[in-house]
Design a binder for this molecule. Structure first.
Ligand SMILES: Cc1cc2nc3c(=O)[nH]c(=O)nc-3n(C[C@H](O)[C@H](O)[C@H](O)COP(=O)(O)O)c2cc1C
Length: 199
């Protein structure tokens, strides 16, 4: 295990570890119908890192606040439970997306990319997102799987628009990843999604 759960929670709250992202670009991008035409799953990635402005657009599109005055997001959630936390497994560590601050919080220096899936490309792709549901906020797993699908499709579309490749993944060892991330028993990993530039 990387760290105890209490340490993880403390790490996630530490202001010292807050890494601000540039403001997302809330206009423009590829026309929607063109992005839908290009949407596809990619399983071969180059090692090129994702620039911060692109990462900012990606995370905001995935699970950012599009109506911050109402605390509402780019993806719907059943009964507006908003039970998801988005974790980022990158080469330089494990991070948590803080949508309110539109920033990353560093959780650990460890590279856990290879633990996010059973397919070899996950270990080297620049980014694997891990969608984690809090079962105290949302008790219906069926709803959480549906809600994760909306986040995933937002990611697919912004990847098409930004020239990135992506694939959503259900094939991972959930128990092992849960332990490695130091998640609490109330947290459940629903899906992972690899993102990077296609090879
Ligand atoms: C819930 C779900 C889980 C998936 N899990 C995996 C996976 O573990 N590994 C993988 O390579 N693709 C996975 N996929 C991607 C599908 O294989 C892919 O969407 C399908 O082959 C159609 O290809 P397309 O996305 O290019 O249209 C998953 C898709 C969904 C919706």
């Amino acid at each position: 295990m990387l760290f105890a759960t209490a340490d993880l929670r403390a790490a996630a709250k530490s202001p010292a570890d807050l890494i601000p992202l540039p403001a997302p670009q809330r206009e423009g991008g590829m026309p929607l119908m063109e992005a839908l035409s290009k949407r596809q799953s990619i399983r071969e990635y180059s090692s090129k890192t994702i620039p911060d402005p692109v990462l900012s657009n990606l995370l905001w599109a995935a699970w950012g606040y599009n109506r911050p005055d109402q605390k509402k997001r780019t993806a719907p959630s059943s009964n507006n439970k908003q039970e998801f936390s988005l974790y980022l497994a990158k080469g330089d560590g494990l991070f948590l997306y803080d949508a309110e601050m539109h920033a990353l919080r560093k959780i650990s220096d460890q590279d856990i990319r290879k633990e996010t899936g059973k397919q070899p490309f996950v270990a080297k792709a620049p980014l694997n997102l891990i969608m984690v549901a809090d079962t105290r906020q949302q008790s219906s797993l069926t709803s959480s799987y549906a809600n994760a699908g909306f986040i995933s499709e937002n990611i697919y579309l912004v990847c098409a628009s930004e020239g990135l490749g992506t694939v959503v993944r259900g094939w991972f060892d959930a128990g092992q990843l849960h332990t490695i991330m130091g998640l609490s028993p109330d947290q459940q990993i629903i899906l992972c999604q690899t993102i990077g530039y296609p090879k």
